[in-house]
Write a protein that binds this ligand. Structure first.
Ligand code: HEC
Length: 125
């Protein structure tokens, strides 16, 4: 998953350095303009951990979805969508809109809450 084809790697480095490979997470979360501390609280409240193992969030040991350990370094979201902040916020708010077949549900969230969650996920290296 972390090995991108050459053209994709080139595109990534042109478009969004931080989103591909081990970029600068501080920069990524700044670009999301969210508050990771608040994001972690919202993740706990929404019980994302029922389906995901999420470092720093207890209890978050779910196995329905992939572990979010190292998420910031992943090249793709759900193996299909480039792991960029703008895509991640869409995924968090309404994953089935991006992929109608995903088991991940949509959430009723404000734009602010969605950005906070995304910024927390980008602290996970
Ligand atoms: C009902 C189970 C379920 C819940 C609840 C859930 N997810 Fe997911 N999530 C999944 C599944 C399943 C996938 C894999 C998606 C796919 O491949 O279609 C996924 C994928 C993801 C991904 C992409 C991970 C990757 O490495 O590709 C992220 C990020 C994510 N979820 C974040 C969240 C967040 C944040 C919450 C809470 C707001 C949440 N999920 C709640 C089931 C869930």
């Amino acid at each position: 998953m972390n090995i991108l084809p050459g053209w994709a790697a080139a595109l990534c480095s042109l478009v969004w350095l931080a989103s591909c490979g081990p970029g600068d997470v501080g920069e990524a979360s700044a670009l999301v303009e969210g508050d990771p501390v608040s994001g972690r609280r919202i993740i706990a409240r929404l019980e994302c951990g029922a389906c995901h193992a999420i470092p720093g969030v207890r209890p978050a040991r779910g196995r329905v979805g992939p572990t979010l350990h190292g998420f910031a370094r992943r090249g793709y979201i759900a193996g299909q969508f480039p792991n960029r902040p703008a895509v991640l916020v869409q995924w968090i708010a309404d994953a089935p809109r991006l992929d109608p077949r995903t088991a991940m549900p949509a959430f009723r969230l404000s734009a602010r809450e969605t950005r906070d969650i995304a910024s927390y996920l980008y602290t996970l290296r």
